[in-house]
Design a binder for this molecule. Structure first.
Ligand code: MG
Length: 173
C-alpha cells in the first residue's frame, strides 16, 4: 500500500507500537530468586550474570521491541563486568528512559510468569509496584500474571522460570 494512503487511513494510530519480550533463566543452588525486584523466599534462585530477574528482562525486551531498539543483551552485554549481579530494575529504568529519549511513552504493559513453584500470588502487588516505579508508569498500567505449566516442560520440572511481556507504546506528539 502507498505510504501516504496508509497514513491517511490510520491517522493518529500510526503513533502506536507494540512490543513483545520473553526470557528464560535456569534455577541454581545458592542464588536469590528475584522477580520484579522482589526477593522471593525459595530453596533455589535463578542463574544469570545480573540478578537474573527474568520478568524485568522480558519487560525490558518488550519495550525495546516497541522502539525497534534491539534487546537487552545488546544494551547490557553479559560479558560486561559492570552488569555482574546488576539490579535489573535499574536496567529496566534505563530502558524506559531510552524509550522516552526515542520520543515514545509507555501506555500499558502486561506480563506472564511461568513457574511451577513457588506460589507467586502473595508477591504480585509488590512486583507490580516495583516494575511500575522502575518505568515511571501508573501501577494500573502494569499487569503481572503467574501460571504453572501443569508440571510440563522445563518450568514444570522446576528447572527454570520463563516470562513473557507485551507493551503498547505511543509516539508522543
Ligand atoms: Mg535474562
Amino acid at each position: 500500500m502507498d505510504q501516504a494512503l496508509r497514513e491517511s487511513r490510520l491517522g493518529d494510530f500510526t503513533r502506536l507500537r507494540i512490543g513483545q519480550g520473553m526470557d528464560v533463566h535456569a534455577f541454581a543452588e545458592g542464588r536469590k530468586l528475584i522477580l520484579g525486584g522482589v526477593d522471593i523466599p525459595h530453596e533455589k534462585g535463578l542463574l544469570g550474570h545480573s540478578d537474573a530477574d527474568v520478568l524485568a528482562h522480558a519487560i525490558a525486551d518488550a519495550l525495546l521491541g516497541g522502539i525497534r531498539g534491539g534487546d537487552i543483551g545488546k544494551l547490557f552485554p553479559d560479558t560486561d563486568p559492570a552488569y555482574k549481579d546488576a539490579d535489573s530494575l535499574k536496567l529496566l529504568a534505563a530502558v524506559a528512559a531510552k524509550v522516552r529519549e526515542e520520543g515514545y511513552e509507555i501506555m500499558d504493559v502486561d506480563s506472564v510468569i511461568a513457574a511451577q513453584r513457588p506460589k507467586l500470588s502473595p508477591y504480585r502487588d509488590q512486583i507490580r509496584a516495583n516494575l511500575a516505579a522502575a518505568m515511571d508508569i501508573p501501577v494500573e498500567n502494569m499487569g503481572v500474571k503467574a501460571t504453572t505449566t501443569e508440571h510440563l516442560g522445563f518450568e514444570g520440572r522446576e528447572e527454570g522460570i520463563s516470562a513473557t511481556a507485551s507493551c503498547l507504546l505511543c509516539r508522543c506528539i
